[in-house]
Ligand binder design. Structure first.
Ligand SMILES: Nc1ncnc2c1ncn2[C@@H]1O[C@H](COP(=O)(O)OP(=O)(O)OP(=O)(O)O)[C@@H](O)[C@H]1O
Ligand SMILES: [Mg+2]
Length: 610
């Protein structure tokens, strides 16, 4: 805009147009005016000449009567000369000619030599022939245009001579050229004034336009603060007002837009689901933070033109189904192939529809459903386990009941044994169902802990006492140790009794005769109550230790079941310890023994949970 040449500006155009208009108008007026003035001046000049010639012809007519060569003739020539001289016309030559065209007298003294000679000009001969109106232009010796008129002199119905006037037109031309020069100087003044006015006028128009251009540029560059000055209430003033209004609206619209964008961006960034958007060709154009985390790559590190299926690693048939609208979502396993717990992600595709039809791209929403899927899987496994655990005793009961029905009832000894088996299987089932109920209460967080201040040493002794019969039977030695600094703790006595019971019963179950069991309580390095149950039993293989707290998990299913185990003891213990705000873990060495340790917060007061 800066480099625009002057001749391209509106200012220049306006000035040029104005000047041209004035020039053309003046020219037209000038041509018409000057030519008509010239005509009228020459007409007047000619008319005047003719009138004078006419007058002279009438005045001189009677002088032509006298005979030639007499004294009369001389006196009439004199009087003719006097008349001619009286009729003096500046710059004009007047000749009086006789019927043969000879010059009788002339008004120009220098021309007296020509007296007596014939004037042979056409106008003269025409006048002598009796034609009244004769005129023509001649150019004299001094190169001056002259107007020539000739009039016949009538006497008694005959042409007796002629009057000839040749008038110099110098003055007339001088007048015309003076008028011309007045006209030209007027025109020049008018042009100058027009140019000046043009500049001023153009300035009043172009100044606001320039100002507006500056503002428009500023607005385009994003500065909305300045207001356009309003130069008046004319069209330009209205334009300025409209411009200011537009700037305001634009600023509002832009800031609204910006706000919306920011909102959208922050929603996208803080969404718990991943979002990937593509354009209509399927290329990835946007990816939020969560999606980057899930897919393990950032938007910036993506290769240019990467397609969605490439990013998600979809198979071609999957892509076809999703793009064709046959399927809406699909499950993806993210992470390395060999990884044990890959992330499971549900990808939902939504096409972005254009208002005018067709799709502008696709939005893929990635939801991490790993936890859900794992829960679902463990629920399925749990149901299968429960069914399996219940089926075994039920089958046993059924077969024994059938045996009784088939005649075993007749044999009281056999019947007694069979009823005993049925009772023990039923008890097993009751235990199982009780355990399950217990667990489910913890799962649904319905289990309320009833805290009470408990003497630790007494509690451990109590447990040992509870199992004293079996301990003695298996000839196992048991010891309880409570280290210094631990006396009482706030806990749900019944629940912790169950934990200890489960642990001691395991220790008893999996320790051969003559073994040892140690119950120990102390303070952990984190200031927690730490209780451990150690045995010198068969131990647990390394690979099973990790899963030992899972429901129904048993190292040797058959043997455990024979011992009446359901595989729920440790998981119940874990739930109870967790509810108290503690932790439980197991250390074991195969064929050497196992040690289960759990911690409980020491400073928990009645009714409050850690
Ligand atoms: N002290 C231990 N020594 C060796 N193995 C053990 C010990 N404690 C637990 N286990 C192993 O862990 C498994 C799970 O124990 P858990 O107490 O949960 O179930 P269970 O004893 O079989 O049945 P339940 O306790 O419900 O009667 C057992 O089957 C056993 O294989
Ligand atoms: Mg057990």
């Amino acid at each position: 805009m800066k480099g625009m040449s002057f001749f391209r500006t509106i200012q220049a155009k306006l000035i040029i147009i104005y000047v041209l208009l004035i020039l053309i108008a003046m020219q037209l007026i000038g041509v018409y005016f000057v030519s008509s003035m010239k005509n009228s001046l020459t007409d007047n000049f000619t008319k005047d000449l003719k009138a004078r010639a006419e007058m002279l012809s009438i005045l001189t007519a009677d002088k032509f009567g006298s005979e030639a060569g007499g004294a009369d003739e001389d006196s009439s020539v004199d009087s003719l000369r006097g008349m001619v001289n009286n009729l003096y016309i500046s710059g004009a030559e007047i000749q009086v000619l006789d019927a043969s065209g000879k010059i009788i007298t002339t008004s120009v003294p220098s021309q007296t030599d020509y007296v007596g000679q014939r004037n042979t000009q056409t106008v003269v001969s025409r006048a002598l022939q009796g034609i009244g109106d004769n005129e023509e232009y001649i150019t004299g010796d001094d190169n001056v245009r002259k107007k020539v008129v000739a009039k016949p002199v009538w006497l008694g119905g005959k042409v007796v001579g002629a009057i000839y006037i040749a008038a110099d037109m110098k003055d007339l031309y001088a007048t015309i050229s003076r008028i011309n020069s007045v006209f030209i100087s007027g025109m020049l003044i008018a042009l100058t004034l027009t140019a000046v006015l043009g500049v001023i006028l153009a300035h009043t128009i172009t100044q606001p336009i320039k100002e507006m251009t500056r503002h428009a540029t500023a607005v385009a560059e994003g500065s909305f603060d300045r207001k356009m000055p309003i130069f008046g209430s004319d069209e330009i003033g209205q334009l300025s007002k409209a411009f200011n209004y537009m700037t305001g609206r634009l600023r509002d619209a832009l800031s609204q837009n910006e706000e919306e964008k920011e909102k959208l961006a922050s929603i996208l960034t803080n969404m718990s689901d991943g979002v990937v958007a593509t354009d209509e060709t399927g290329r990835v154009i946007l990816m939020n933070r969560r999606a980057s985390l899930m897919l393990g790559c950032s938007e910036k590190s993506l290769p240019a033109g990467l397609r969605l299926e490439g990013l998600l690693g979809l198979a071609p048939d999957q892509t076809m189904a999703l793009e064709g609208g046959m399927a809406q979502s699909t499950m993806l396993r993210l992470g390395e192939e060999e990884e044990e717990n890959p992330n499971i992600v549900r990808v939902t595709f939504t096409p972005i529809h254009r208002r005018e039809g067709g799709t502008a791209g696709t939005i893929a929403v990635l939801q991490d459903v790993t936890e859900q899927e794992n829960l679902e899987a463990s629920r399925r496994e749990f149901v299968a386990n429960v069914s399996h655990e219940l089926r075994t005793p039920l089958t046993t009961i059924k077969s024994y009941a059938e045996a009784l029905d088939d005649g075993a009832l007749e044999d009281p000894q056999l019947a007694g044994r069979f009823v005993g088996v049925i009772r023990s299987e039923t008890e097993r089932m009751i235990r199982l169902v009780t355990d399950l109920l217990h667990l489910s209460r913890f799962d649904s967080r319905e289990a309320q802990l009833r805290y009470q201040e408990t003497d630790i040493a007494e509690m451990l002794e109590d447990v040992a006492d509870r199992f004293s019969f079996q301990i003695r039977q298996k000839r196992i030695s048991i010891s309880t140790v409570v280290r210094r600094g631990v006396t009482t703790a706030w806990l749900d006595r019944d629940q912790i009794d169950q934990v200890l019971g489960n642990l001691v019963s395991n220790a008893l179950k999996y320790t051969p005769e003559g073994g040892r069991i140690e119950l120990e309580a102390g303070k952990s390095e984190f200031g927690m109550l730490e209780v451990s149950v150690q045995d010198s039993g068969i131990g647990i293989p390394k690979k099973d230790i990790e899963r030992i707290f899972e429901r129904f998990y048993r190292v040797d299913k058959a043997r455990s079941r024979n011992m009446g185990g359901t595989g729920l003891g440790l998981s119940i213990a874990r739930e109870i310890v967790k509810a108290h705000g503690g932790a439980i873990w197991l250390q074991s060495e195969l064929n050497q023994g196992s040690k289960v340790t759990f911690t409980l917060p020491l400073n928990t007061q009645r009714g409050e949970r850690a």
